[in-house]
Design a protein around this ligand. Structure first.
Ligand code: SAM
Ligand code: DTB
Ligand code: SF4
Length: 329
């Protein structure tokens, strides 16, 4: 057998063959890859905070924060460093080891607001957590400054295939998305990029997204797979209910294509049963978002997740305990 190695030359036909395999074969293959690279009995807990909410000039059809859609989201300015510190401290107490800050911006701002974001990154890192930001498009200087502040990862999703992109977003191009990812990589920050399923796309669209992600070299270290959260007032509010097994197939295929990456079961868990989530973990999902809120929409919360992990005999990855100050001396 060929030794397990990372491939960046996957074809659409390869991806289709993996995705459409009989489910037991797909899960077996995904589990085999998963166990060679990751622990199968634990997942990372991540916590999200919306640091600047709503009023976004982009027209993403799924997003409650777009100024183009009339939703119940209340706009807020950039949160203060004190609010951020409180939220990040609580996240750590609840078992999160990665803290993700999301802002409804087309581009990261210049000047004082950006400097405050840099302080937020330093604060999260000082609390001993991984820090992730998603602030829209970045210049190279901004990416370099975020790297200098210690940012672990930058989230910038490709969201769907290049061909389907124009049906979902008209205010930016796929190429602009890829350009920001290249700047993040150039700055030495790890890349977090994935997408959404359940937007009315067919399987070929999902193959196209997975093809884009898995032919990046290196692969994104982190691949969030979101199930659309349908929000009243957005153009996708009435999208057809997605089959949870399509989410499972997407996660399993991502796991096989990008063996070393963290594949994240992200938005949409409230519409999944425990059994469907169990299949996502079998398929190779490495993380979940903790807490009762994602950015603007609800999430299962601590007691439901405790019950879920109890039923599955799984657990959250523990925070690394810092080495004693005088170890060995
Ligand atoms: N404005 C920045 C951007 O678009 O990159 C960062 C924030 S944006 C809310 C981050 C990601 O959240 C999007 O790329 C999308 O994948 C996800 N997202 C937004 N609304 C969603 C929804 N209703 N359901 C599932 N995922 C969603
Ligand atoms: C990602 O892929 N999913 C997260 C995170 N990256 C920033 C965001 C999910 C947002 C779901 C809709 C909301 O709560 O507003
Ligand atoms: Fe703005 Fe991001 Fe929402 Fe698109 S996904 S409308 S860019 S906040």
């Amino acid at each position: 057998m060929k030794p397990a190695s990372l491939r960046h030359d996957w074809s659409i036909a390869d991806i289709e063959a993996i995705y459409t395999a009989p489910l037991p074969d797909l899960i077996f293959r995904a589990q085999t890859v998963h166990r060679a690279h990751h622990r199968a009995d634990e997942v990372q807990g991540c916590m999200l905070l919306s640091i600047k909410t709503g009023g976004c000039p982009e027209d993403c059809a799924y997003c409650p924060q777009s100024a183009h859609h009339k939703t119940d989201v209340t706009r807020t300015d950039l949160v203060s460093l004190d609010e951020l510190t409180d939220a990040a401290t609580r996240a750590r107490e609840q078992g999160a080891t990665r803290f993700c800050m999301g802002a409804a911006w087309r581009d990261a701002p210049k000047g004082a607001p950006f400097d405050r974001v840099l302080d937020m990154v330093r604060t999260v890192r000082d609390l001993g957590m991984e820090a992730c930001c998603t602030l829209g498009m970045l210049t190279q200087e901004q990416a370099d400054a975020l790297a200098g502040a210690g940012l672990t990862a930058y989230n910038h999703n490709l969201d769907t295939s290049p061909e389907f992109y124009g049906s979902i977003i008209t205010t930016r191009t796929y190429t602009e998305r890829l350009d920001t990812l290249a700047r993040v990589r150039q700055a030495g920050i790890t890349v977090c990029s994935g997408g959404i399923i359940g937007m009315g796309e067919d399987r070929r669209v999902r193959y196209g997204l997975l093809h884009q992600l898995s032919t990046l070299d290196p692969h994104p270290e982190s691949v969030p797979v979101n199930l659309l959260v349908k929000v009243d007032g957005t153009p996708l509010a009435d999208a057809a209910l997605e089959d949870p097994l399509e989410l499972v197939r997407t996660i399993a295929t991502a796991r096989i294509l990008m063996p070393a990456s963290f594949v994240r079961l992200s938005a949409g868990r409230l519409s999944l049963t425990d059994e469907a989530q169990a299949l996502c973990f079998l398929a190779g999902a490495n993380s979940i978002f903790l807490g009762e809120r994602l950015l603007t929409t609800p999430n299962p919360g601590a007691s439901r997740d405790e019950q879920l992990f109890e039923r599955l005999g799984m657990r959250l990855t523990a925070a690394e305990t810092p080495a004693p100050a005088h170890a060995g001396g």
